[in-house]
Design a protein around this ligand. Structure first.
Ligand code: NAD
Length: 483
């Protein structure tokens, strides 16, 4: 995170630059980046000030006209080259991503592979002009045109994947971009800027690291037409308010408190590893991780034991070690928040079935924790914990489980698990969410819209729906009589 500059240490990596108008730039400020597995600063990178942002926006505006006039085919070629570059550099990027983010190296590789795949996937989607009417009198067409300059602001939990989706969408639809990663995880995004510099005409992609204030300046900047924001609900509300200045279009991908409802007909031991992974991947720091498990009374105890066994087996450690399954929490602030929730859970008298401790070692580690017999009003159930601690709640009546799952301002996603998929689907359809899954969780793709209901967001990423959010619908209405 941004801290006062420390004195130089020989091991500090400093090979990073901002990308502004096709040039690698040193930036007006700098950020120090901590490896969450050690708690130590391991890199310093440049950070943008207000003048850097102005130059990036001006460059993006200059590049807009020519870029939006290129064909979908030309832009597809550029995005495919970007995907190829991600794949060629997958290992180096994954190593860097794990060092700054903390996730196990296999998950870092997956994230980069996924970013490449999703970017390519977007280019398979066609945005066609529509003819609404064509008769002897008139022709009315609905065309889709690029909005202009898109500002993309990303969080620290999956910086590459969460940049790639909006980046590919904005570019494919003919917009130019100013991309800002989280100050906690700026490095891999800056590296990608460097790697794709030669692929796009100058000014089309600009990458600026910086603190929260840089994000705010972007949302206020009159030269930016659209903000794609992925982050917390609280910041999303601020983004929406300040984007009102010039009525920027917004896509908000915000937090979640996903419920998984497990019906009475499952084999608890068979599904425990799937539920565990969907809850604890990236140490629970995933917007659409399972954050509450509602288990039918009939299988509740067996499921709790099986989940606790998974938690006890899981190997926590530095993500760069091959055996590690769960890495650290990404930053000190979030680590302290999760410990606060853990302490609140213990005080509440809930039963801790596995974990519940904070290992004595450097870095921001919390043991994977399974909790049961917990008050529904407790912080762990009400809030988005965004860490490796998950409550299992008992139900006997499905209507009651659905009501409790929906009793939240969040509405990102949810799932229902059963040996009868159609029975589960009927229940899943009642979840007040952007995505309801059956017998799976976290399954997304470039052609399927993703986003939140209620306070989990506004708009969708991916799919035709997501792409059109980077475009203005324009009606062309022609009266065929000469005048
Ligand atoms: P955050 O809201 O603190 O920060 C996200 C980004 O916004 C960072 O780049 C930050 O610098 C910037 N920012 C901060 N203040 C700003 C402001 N006033 N104006 C504009 N930008 C500002 O979120 P975080 O802690 O980095 O990320 C975790 C959150 O992100 C969780 O709630 C998680 O669920 C959510 N998330 C959602 C999705 C999704 O697709 N729905 C995906 C991943 C993460």
């Amino acid at each position: 995170m941004a801290r006062a500059q420390a004195s130089d240490t020989p091991l500090l990596r400093t090979d990073f630059a901002l990308l502004i108008d096709g040039e690698s730039v040193a930036g007006e400020r700098s950020l120090e980046v901590i490896n969450p597995a050690t708690g130590e600063v391991f890199a310093r990178c440049p950070a943008a000030g207000g003048a850097d942002l102005d130059r990036a926006v001006a460059a993006a505006r200059r590049a807009c006209g020519a870029w939006s006039a290129t064909s979908f085919e030309d832009r597809t070629q550029c995005i495919r080259r970007m995907a190829a570059v991600l794949r060629t550099n997958q290992e180096a990027l994954a190593q860097l991503l794990t060092r700054e983010q903390g996730k196990p190296i296999g998950q870092a590789r997956d994230e980069i592979g996924r970013a490449a795949g999703q970017s390519e996937g977007m280019t398979l989607i066609r945005i066609e002009n529509e003819t609404l009417l064509d008769d002897a009198e008139r022709r009315i067409e609905l065309r889709y045109v690029a909005l202009g300059v898109a500002g993309i602001i990303t969080p620290w939990n999956a910086p590459i994947n969460l940049a790639a989706g909006p980046l590919a969408s904005a570019l494919y639809t003919g917009n130019t971009v100013v991309l800002k990663p989280s100050p906690y995880t700026p490095l891999s995004t800056l590296k990608i800027g460097e790697l794709i510099r030669e692929i796009f005409p100058r000014g089309v992609v600009n990458v600026l690291a910086g603190g929260d204030e840089l994000g705010q300046w972007m949302t206020e900047h009159p030269g930016i037409d659209k903000i794609s924001f992925t982050g917390s609900v609280a910041t999303g509300k601020r983004v929406m308010a300040s984007a009102a200045g010039n009525l920027k279009r917004i896509t908000l991908e915000l937090g979640g408190n996903d419920a998984a409802i497990v019906l009475d007909d499952v084999d608890p031991r068979a599904i425990a590893p799937k539920l565990f992974f969907a809850a604890f991947v990236n140490s629970g720091q995933v917007c659409m991780a399972i954050k509450r498990i509602y288990a039918h009374d009939k299988i509740h105890d067996a499921l709790c034991s099986a989940l606790a066994e998974e938690a006890r087996k899981a190997k926590i450690g530095d993500g760069l070690e091959a055996a590690t399954q769960l890495g650290p929490i990404q930053n000190r602030m979030q680590y302290e928040r999760v410990i606060g929730i853990l302490e609140d859970t213990k005080r509440s008298g809930a039963r801790i079935l596995a974990g519940g401790d904070v290992p004595r070692r450097p870095g921001y580690f919390v043991s994977p924790t399974i909790v049961c017999d917990i008050d529904e009003a407790s912080r762990l159930v009400r809030e988005e914990q965004f860490g490796p601690i998950v409550p299992v709640l008992r139900f006997t009546d499905v209507d009651d489980a659905v009501r409790r799952a929906n009793d939240t301002r969040y509405g990102l996603s949810g799932s229902v698990w059963s040996s009868d998929p159609e029975r589960a689907a009927a229940i899943a359809a009642r979840l007040e969410v952007g995505t309801a899954w059956v017998n799976q969780h976290r399954a997304t793709s470039a052609t399927v819209p993703f986003g939140g209901a209620k306070e989990s967001g506004i708009g969708r990423q991916y799919s035709v729906l997501g792409l059109k959010a980077y475009m203005e619908p324009r009606v062309l209405s022609v009266l065929k009589h000469p005048v």
